[in-house]
Design a protein around this ligand. Structure first.
Ligand SMILES: Cc1ncc(C[n+]2csc(CCOP(=O)(O)OP(=O)(O)O)c2C)c(N)n1
Ligand SMILES: [Mg+2]
Length: 378
């Protein structure tokens, strides 16, 4: 795999074209599945690597669909689907190295997949049986973060730390278009720029923050906002896994080689609801979804693979089989997840204990014991 990037510093105005006449959006695979070149970003993948990206996206989508079903069956309290964002997540996740550190939001199931986090472990928090479900340091994949934008600060602090340690790895922070309006993100941009921190800010712009459209977040395309902080930004077609991979690799390499932070805006669309508690038909037009279905990231790569003769029916059948097996493992696994001990909620609040927590623990134990008396009385 090879990637090249020349200075991704060219600033652009809000129009659809860059000054050089190239589209504002970096694209290497058109929605019709045609391979195109870009003057600043390029990538050369082997057939195995291309098929691997397809497999990653299909399995991630299947896992996601299974999780939605499990929520509908009452096995999960909530699920935040990534439907439509597979290329943005797989492309960027596959751009990372094992020694890089990833700070996700609550929706980075595809990125988790690329970091070898067992998909089953992502479900514990959504089932309410744990607060995370994986060891962040095992795969350098931080726990999911629901406080919008806060992980960009954690990522920046971490990046400043590894830079001081002299490490040659980088950090990537995921966030949404809505999060880009948060003060935390502005503060993270400031610190990252001033300290030249090796961090890539990866914004998945799905054009909505629940029911709030992107026009309410920014008067300029999101990728242009980094310019005011003093570092470059680029907009990539978030439904083009090749372009996302090329751009993110270049941004991470830039960070690793001491050139500081970069903002990558992956322009995409989540075809599903914000979460399983949301009904997007209340605020989004059906035609909008239909337009984006035509840009489906998986279909796009499949069209290309087929046109190039890189995959046959046997290959697709094997991926389908693998998807079925993953879905079954996830279904069985979630249903048999052990419930935590009720008192466990008081653990891990403070490393060395705390008088107030001790008091609350005792009160709660007494409260639970009061039910035992009632049961005995009947
Ligand atoms: C600090 C904070 N404010 C509000 C919320 C409630 N909330 C959860 S998701 C969300 C929208 C986030 O939109 P965006 O950043 O675009 O991410 P997306 O879910 O679209 O991927 C909001 C407001 C929250 N979790 N944290
Ligand atoms: Mg959004």
């Amino acid at each position: 795999m090879s990637v090249k990037s020349t200075a991704a510093r060219r600033t652009t105005r809000g129009g659809a074209k860059r000054r050089g006449g190239e589209p504002e959006l970096v694209q290497l695979l058109t929605p019709e599945g045609k391979r195109v070149e870009h003057s600043e970003y390029s990538i050369d993948l082997t057939p195995d690597e291309l098929r691997g990206l397809y497999r990653d996206m299909v399995l991630t989508r299947r896992f996601d669909a299974e999780a939605i079903t499990l929520q509908r069956q009452g096995e999960l309290g909530l699920w935040a689907s990534l439907l439509g964002q597979e290329a943005a997540q797989i492309g960027s996740g596959r751009a990372t190295r094992p020694d890089d550190y990833v700070f996700p939001t609550y929706r980075e199931h595809g990125v988790a997949w690329t970091r070898d986090v067992d998909p089953l472990n992502l479900l514990g928090m959504f089932r309410g049986v744990n607060h995370g479900g994986w060891d962040p340091n095992e795969n350098n994949f931080h726990l999911y973060t629901i406080v919008i934008g806060s992980q960009t600060l954690h990522a920046t602090g971490y990046a400043m730390g590894i830079a001081k340690d002299g490490a040659d790895s980088a950090v990537i922070a995921y966030f949404g278009d809505g999060a880009s309006s948060q003060g935390d993100v502005a503060e993270a941009f400031t610190f990252a720029a001033v300290y030249n921190a090796p961090v890539v800010f990866f914004c998945q712009n799905n054009q909505w923050a629940i029911s709030e459209p992107t026009e309410k977040q920014s008067r300029v395309p999101i990728y242009q906002r980094s310019a005011g902080f003093g570092f470059p930004g680029v907009r990539v077609d978030g439904n083009d896994v090749l372009a996302v991979l090329a751009v993110t690799k270049a941004a991470l390499e830039r960070a690793r080689t001491g050139q500081g932070p970069m903002l990558v805006e992956a322009f995409t669309y989540r075809m599903g609801a914000h979460t399983t508690t949301d009904d997007p038909t209340r605020y989004r037009a059906d035609e909008e979804r239909e337009q984006w279905e035509a840009k489906d990231p998986i279909l796009r790569l499949r069209t290309y693979l087929e046109a190039e003769g890189l995959a046959d029916e046997e290959y697709y059948a094997s991926i389908d089989q693998e998807s079925d097996a993953l879905a079954k493992r996830v279904r069985d696994g979630v249903r048999t997840m052990p419930n935590p001990d009720t008192m466990a909620i008081f653990e891990n609040v403070y490393a060395d204990g705390h008088a107030l927590v001790d008091e609350e623990r005792a009160q709660f134990a007494e409260y639970l014991a009061s039910f035992a008396d009632e049961t005995e009385g009947h």
